[in-house]
Ligand binder design. Structure first.
Ligand SMILES: Nc1ncnc2c1ncn2[C@@H]1O[C@H](COP(=O)(O)OP(=O)(O)OP(=O)(O)O)[C@@H](O)[C@H]1O
Ligand SMILES: [Mg+2]
Length: 354
């Protein structure tokens, strides 16, 4: 069956709604062939007791609402390091996490507003190195929300979305992991991929450490620090001071957090360039320069101001040269690419669910 790869209304002939889903540790983003794009934090909460249920008037809450009502909820973040907490790593509540993941996907599909009669064909981006077990778990939880599903590796989706499948290095900076992937015109293999734990959550914990050392009197939570980072993140040298208001003994107090923010954000640059160096060094020497000249920067963490430049500068120091392109809409890079794959994929590749 011929499918066009434009993201328009070309699915009407077979009543299929194509969907690209980026199922992330931190955010889940969806892009669909009906033009809808949505994103929500990957949090799912269930009321703790009858009182909270009566108060919230809901059986399940998602995303920002779940975060803000977390004190009355059993809160789940069903993915960790990009992998479904399906019991493999001895997770406490595998069943609860599976249920949360299932509900999260149901909500994601609801958000794209499919028509009743449409079949939903979804491509879900999974971490490049997810185990078979974890992949099967994702397919299983998708069963209730979509008619047909395919998994693809997340960096592959990003590169596919940019039409850059040959001699490209993808850097995808998420919450739990930075995924580095070398593309050379085929599906990436294990040797093409490196996963680092120095991602967004790492920046948050560095920032917590730096702030509690500089300002032991200030009170803050991980969530407050994450919000602070997302508002002010930068690795750039020249700029106005960053001021944050944090409570001291209950009293809001202003602090200069410029150095702490810059230090925490900068902490991810060296590990990334080290990883890129490994992927370059083990590549065909004739094509190494081309590879270094085609680095794609994606993921929520790529929104740190000046990060593309900082990586380029470090690449020049360590590897002789480097050219980094920040993709447009970093939050949707994975979902847009997965949607494009969904459009282009021949019928026989789809795993039928229903
Ligand atoms: N403006 C910003 N500046 C810096 N970091 C940001 C910004 N906005 C979001 N982030 C960070 O990006 C990370 C989330 O990125 P993304 O949504 O790509 O992750 P994910 O795909 O859910 O995670 P993973 O790939 O690990 O599964 C979080 O750590 C978040 O704090
Ligand atoms: Mg991601």
């Amino acid at each position: 069956m011929a499918k066009k790869s434009t993201q328009g209304e070309d699915h009407k002939d077979h009543g299929v709604l194509y969907v690209g889903i980026d199922l992330g540790t931190s955010r889940t983003s969806v892009a669909a062939s009906n033009g809808v794009r949505e994103t929500l934090p990957s949090f799912v909460g269930y009321p703790k007791d009858v009182v909270s249920k009566k108060l919230l008037k809901k059986d399940v809450l998602f995303g920002d609402e779940a975060i803000s009502k977390r004190l009355s909820l059993n809160l789940f973040r069903p993915l960790e390091h990009g992998v479904l907490k399906c019991g493999e790593g001895g997770d406490d509540d595998a069943e609860g996490n599976m249920r949360a993941a299932r509900d999260l996907l149901l909500e994601a599909v609801r958000m794209i507003r499919p028509r009743k009669d449409e079949l939903i064909y979804a491509v879900i981006g999974a971490p490049a190195q997810a185990s078979i077990n974890s992949k099967n778990a994702i397919i299983n939880v998708a069963r209730e929300s979509v008619d047909s599903v395919m998994l693809c590796s997340e960096p592959f989706a990003v590169a596919y979305g940019q039409d850059m499948l040959e001699d490209v290095l993808v850097i995808d900076i998420g919450a739990g992991t930075v995924d580095l992937c070398r593309m050379h015109g085929t599906m990436p293999e294990d040797a093409d991929q490196i996963t680092l734990n120095t991602a967004g959550d790492h920046v948050d914990s560095e920032l917590m450490d730096l702030l509690s050392k500089s300002y032991p009197q200030a009170q803050f939570t991980t969530q407050m620090i994450k919000e602070l980072k997302e508002r002010h993140s930068t690795v750039a040298e020249v700029q106005a001071p960053i001021q944050a208001i944090l409570p001291v003994d209950g009293k809001p107090t202003e602090f200069d957090v410029t150095e702490a923010v810059r230090g925490a954000c900068s902490s991810i640059v060296d590990p990334i360039v080290d990883g890129l160096g490994k992927l370059v060094a083990s590549f065909d020497p004739e094509f190494q320069d081309r590879l270094k000249g085609r680095v794609l920067l994606a993921g929520g963490g790529s929104q740190i101001k000046g990060l593309d430049m900082a990586i380029e500068i470090r690449m020049k120091e360590m590897l002789g040269n480097g050219r980094v392109v920040l993709i447009e809409e970093p939050m949707y890079g994975g979902a847009n690419g997965a949607l494009k794959i969904a459009h282009d994929m021949p019928e026989e590749y789809w795993e039928k669910l229903k």
